[in-house]
Design a protein around this ligand. Sequence first.
Ligand code: DGL
Length: 275
Amino acid sequence: MPDFSFMPKNSPIGIFDSGIGGLTVAKAIHDLLPNESLVYFGDTAHLPYGDKSAASVRKFSLRIARFLLENDCKMIVIACNTASARGARAVAKWVGKEVPVINVIDPIAQHVAQHFHGQKIGVIATKGTVNSRVYPRRIHAITRDVEVSTRATPLLAPMIEEGFFNNNISKAVIHSYLDNPSLMDIKGLILGCTHYPLIKREVSAFYKGSVDVMDSSLFVAGEVVRTLDEKGLRCQSDCEGKLSFYVSDFTDSFRQSAGLFFGERIDLQEARIWD
Ligand code: DGL
């Protein structure tokens, strides 16, 4: 078990995703731990990850993990399901002795395994996440007593990234994905992409309250708190709680969305780590 207690406690928590989706996780962490500094990296140059090969997503994840370590992060949160499915093992193997690494899949898999015995749940996610079969594998590693049905919803992340949510177009796309035999009779639905909390209201409206629509960000934020406590890495009272946001390719939509989540305090820079 690596010892992290010697690390500077006021170092930032590093968080990454392909774009704005991981901001839902960053916001949940910030709400629980407002004094912690955060460094967020959105790999907008490679968005969407959902259609990329496993090897590419792994390569992107490793490079971004290095960027976060170069920025003195004390923990890495892989705030992307596709990268958690494809790259989390490689990241943990590579930097797991230097900093704790948290993915977005295990905390919610644990919750579902505990609370949905004898029931069917659905997962909507990118093609990469669905093809990896990571959700059925992680849940069934804990219990075989939950039926897990997955459905790839590849249009959703680019649609959300372009700012299309809470309108007629998003409603039509969401309905045509959810109205599918594979998702019949589910009791819970995992939003298996960190972009999807932005359409949670529309998904819940489709089910009219009959399905528990689950967003992993709160579970992940809880896991971050537990891990910081366990490793003795919580920031001290003099920590400035600085929020830094980087993208690999500057986009105005990212700036606007980051502003929506974090308001005025946003300091957005371009980090051309792929040049
Ligand atoms: N937010 C991401 C996820 O959780 C990735 C979406 C994408 O880039 O395709 O999978």
